[in-house]
Design a binder for this molecule. Structure first.
Ligand code: FE
Length: 334
C-alpha cells in the first residue's frame, strides 16, 4: 500500500469518525415554548456545542400525554414546558428522570426546581395585575382578592380557567388562604367579569387597552412584549399581595425524559440553558425573568418594578392543581 493510499484511508477514517460523532445523537426536544422564543436559544446552543437539535412543539399537556403514550419508544430526550403544573404532572407520571447536576443546582435557586432533580426552572415568570393606565389609579390596587370586591363590578377581564397558568394561580391561593377564601375570591372575580373569559393572556390585555375592561391577571411577559412593540401601550403592571404572600410566580423549565436515548446531550442542553450567556439571550428575546439570579432582567421588565414573589409556593401548584380545577368549576369560571 502506498503512503498516499494509507494517508487517504486514515483521512477517510477520521472524517467518518468526526461525522459519526456529530450525527450520532441529534438531541430531540419536545417543547411547549413556541418557535420564535425557542429557536434563537436552540440555534445558540448548537453554535456553542455543535449538538444538533430536533424539535416538536405543542401545548404542554399534549406533550405530556404524548410522552406517556410513547413510553420507552419515545424519541424525546428533553421535555421543555411552561408552568410548574405541567412539569409536575410529567414528573408524577414517571416521564422525567432524576438529573443530578451540580451546575444546575448552583445556577437555579432551590424554589425554582424539583427537590428530586426531575425538572429545573429555566425562567421565572410572575402573574400580576395589568391595568388601564387611563382609567385605574394604581393606588386603588392591592391584592388579587380585592379584584373580587364590588368596586370591580363589570370591570374585570380574565383568561379562561382551562389554562394551566390560572390553575396554578388558584392552586397557590388555596394553599395560601384556604379553600373557602380562595373560592370566595374566584366567585367574586367571575361576578365582576366585563366580558367572557378570553382564550389567551394577550387578548385579555388587549381588551383592557380597548376599554372593554379595566384590569386583568396575566403573565408579565405578554404585557412586556406589547410594550416592546409600542412603548405607549396604555396598560401597566401592578404587583399584588406585596404586604402578604407576594405575587404568584411560576417557571418555564425542563427535564430529561425517562427513556432518553441521549441523556448526556439532554443534560448538556439544560446545563447550558441555565448558564449566564443563555440566560441573557432568554431575558432579551423572551422578556422573562432569568432563573439564574446572576443575570439581570431586560430593561422593559425592570421598568415594571421590583416585587416580592411567592416563590416558595411554586412547588404546591402541581399537587393542588386538581383542587383548583374543581374550585374553578364550582365557581363557574369558564
Ligand atoms: Fe405563556
Amino acid at each position: 500500500m502506498s503512503l498516499i493510499r494509507i494517508l487517504k484511508t486514515v483521512a477517510l477514517g477520521l472524517a467518518c469518525l468526526v461525522a459519526g460523532i456529530a450525527a450520532a445523537d441529534p438531541l430531540v426536544v419536545y417543547s411547549a415554548q413556541k418557535e420564535p422564543f425557542l429557536r434563537p436559544m436552540l440555534d445558540a446552543f448548537t453554535r456553542d456545542t455543535g449538538v444538533e437539535v430536533r424539535v416538536l412543539t405543542d401545548q404542554g399537556p399534549v406533550l405530556v400525554e404524548r410522552l406517556a403514550a410513547e413510553g420507552r419508544d419515545t424519541r424525546a430526550d428533553v421535555l421543555l414546558t411552561v408552568d410548574v403544573g405541567n412539569l409536575w404532572s410529567a414528573a408524577e407520571r414517571g416521564l422525567l428522570a432524576t438529573l443530578d447536576s451540580e451546575t444546575l443546582r448552583s445556577n437555579i435557586p432551590a424554589a425554582l426546581r424539583d427537590p428530586d432533580g426531575r425538572w429545573y426552572g429555566l425562567s421565572r415568570r410572575a402573574r400580576g395585575i395589568a391595568y388601564a393606565t387611563r382609567r385605574v389609579d394604581p393606588s386603588t390596587l392591592s391584592t388579587y382578592a380585592a379584584l373580587a370586591g364590588p368596586a370591580w363590578k363589570g370591570r374585570l377581564c380574565l383568561r379562561t380557567s382551562k389554562n394551566v397558568y390560572n390553575m396554578s394561580l388558584v392552586a397557590t391561593r388555596i394553599d395560601a388562604v384556604g379553600d373557602a377564601a380562595a373560592e370566595a375570591m374566584v366567585r367574586g372575580w367571575v361576578a365582576n367579569l366585563a366580558v367572557a373569559p378570553t382564550p389567551d393572556d394577550t387578548l385579555a390585555i388587549r381588551a383592557v387597552a380597548a376599554g372593554e375592561c379595566d384590569a386583568t391577571i396575566v403573565n408579565m411577559y405578554y404585557l412586556a412584549r406589547l410594550k416592546r412593540e409600542d412603548p405607549d401601550f396604555p396598560v401597566a403592571m401592578f404587583w399584588p399581595d406585596q404586604d402578604g404572600e407576594g405575587t404568584h410566580v411560576n417557571v418555564f423549565g425542563g427535564g430529561v425524559t425517562t427513556h432518553a436515548r441521549n441523556p448526556e446531550g439532554a443534560r448538556r442542553l439544560l446545563e447550558w440553558w441555565s448558564g449566564v450567556e443563555a440566560q441573557r439571550l432568554l431575558a432579551a428575546n423572551n422578556l422573562e425573568y432569568p432563573a439564574n439570579p446572576a443575570v439581570a432582567p431586560d430593561p422593559i421588565l425592570a421598568g415594571f418594578g421590583a416585587f416580592k414573589g411567592d416563590d416558595d409556593r411554586i412547588r404546591v401548584a402541581g399537587p393542588r392543581q386538581a383542587e383548583a380545577v374543581r374550585l374553578m368549576d364550582r365557581a363557574r369560571w369558564r
